[in-house]
Write a protein of this length. Structure first.
Length: 404
């Protein structure tokens, strides 16, 4: 049996940590950054929106355009670009430069997520995809558990620029380590490239893409404006980081079971993750001005987000094993289209109806995404599970035909 590639996957998990922390850390620094850059919290939220828009626009095209290029070189390049965009944030003199740096970071994020899932999938056999995705997702959970709270705490104590200095240093170290340690995995040949429209015609894939976009739209309406929501409930600015820590810890608690569920009962797991998000949003809708309800909602959100992104990625790789690059890019675009539209819709909702309008609208959107997914997959008889399959090729257990 081919050994599970722990060192490589842990390195990729660390890269995911930097990626997710870079994307989400402004949500914890929103109040301080808006004061320092002299813009409103709703406008500062556009740093998250603009970042996600770039991912949504570029992840799928970059996934297709770079399909023939060596995977390691693309991952190293994306980590180098994270380093550069975070470094610009350290010295940004105003909102315009900060916004431009976030746009560059978003394009980088699109490339990274178009590559990293398929790269990891080609290191293992198909029956270990859930396990591999869980290792990668541990980096995302660590970002929510430690990266965003630590960044928020550092930003509160020393200024938000210090947070981006920390991220720059970590990204630079990982860039060098990835160049030194990641194994070479070639891109696909011209014959193996598939147009995005063909991937979207896979019968199991459109329900996953639609569910990802709509569910994340509702989720990130809430998550982008976590700091104002917690302040509305009665928490002080210095208490936000500990609540984010609890949120991340809840997500981390899901990791031991996420891989098992992903490899055995994926559809049920997706429904469970969506249900946890809806329960948290419902609690904020009915008791959003109570501290206990806000903290409980953050715990439920952490549990749901500890599961759902893992299952989305696993489902994507499962239904398109011969098109992992293109499918990962498409779903990364859908995910971040949801993030961008959620942050933007949250900004409009905040200006129009106040902070109390965000949870009910977010709840309606998450419910819509999950209902559509359940109805679509039930109608087509899709079952997202697979028996153990031994498809090993080369030293790393590459997918059958994935290099053709």
């Amino acid at each position: 049996m081919t050994r599970f590639p722990w060192p490589t996957l842990l390195l990729l998990g660390a890269a995911v940590f930097v990626s997710v922390t870079t994307e989400l850390v402004p949500t914890g620094l929103l109040l301080g950054m808006s004061r320092d850059l002299h813009v409103s919290p709703s406008r500062l939220g556009l740093l998250v929106t603009g970042y996600a828009v770039m991912v949504a626009l570029f992840a799928a095209p970059l996934g297709t355009l770079t399909a023939r290029l060596p995977r390691k070189a693309l991952l190293v390049a994306s980590l180098g670009a994270y380093t550069a965009s975070n470094a610009v944030m350290i010295v940004a003199p105003g909102y315009g430069v900060a916004f431009a740096a976030r746009l560059v970071g978003g394009i980088t994020h699109g490339l990274f997520w178009a590559v990293v899932g398929g790269y990891a999938a080609r290191l293992v056999t198909t029956d270990r995809i859930g396990r591999a995705v869980t290792v990668l997702s541990a980096g995302g959970s660590a970002a929510v558990l430690a990266g965003v709270p630590a960044g928020t705490g550092i930003g509160t104590a020393f200024g938000w620029r210090a947070t981006f200095a920390m991220l720059t240093g970590i990204a630079l170290a990982l860039t060098l380590l990835a160049w030194w340690r990641l194994p070479e995995v070639p891109g696909s040949s011209a014959a193996g490239r598939t147009p995005m429209r063909e991937v979207l015609r896979l019968p199991q894939f459109p329900p996953i893409v639609a569910m990802t976009a709509v569910t994340m739209l509702g989720a990130y309406m809430m998550f982008t404006y976590t700091a104002p929501l917690l302040k509305h409930a009665g928490l002080g600015e210095t208490q936000i980081a500990p609540v984010l820590l609890v949120n991340g810890l809840a997500g981390t608690l899901m990791l031991p079971v996420a891989g098992w569920i992903a490899d055995r009962r994926l559809r049920a797991g997706i429904v469970l993750g969506g249900g946890l998000l809806m329960t948290g949003l419902l609690l904020l809708t009915v008791q959003g001005d109570a501290v206990w309800a806000a903290v409980a909602a953050m715990v439920l959100f952490g549990l749901g987000m500890g599961l759902l992104p893992i299952f989305m990625q696993a489902a994507t790789l499962r239904v398109a094993p011969d098109h992992t690059q293109e499918a990962s890019g498409i779903n990364a675009s859908a995910y971040n289209a949801g993030v961008a539209c959620g942050a933007l819709a949250g900004a409009f909702t905040l200006d129009a109806w106040g902070i109390g309008g965000i949870p009910p609208v977010g709840l309606a959107l998450v419910a819509t995404g999950m209902i559509g997914y359940v109805a679509s997959t039930g109608a087509t008889g899709i079952r997202f599970w697979r028996p153990a399959v031994a498809q090993r090729q080369g030293d790393y257990g590459l997918f059958h035909n994935s290099l053709e």
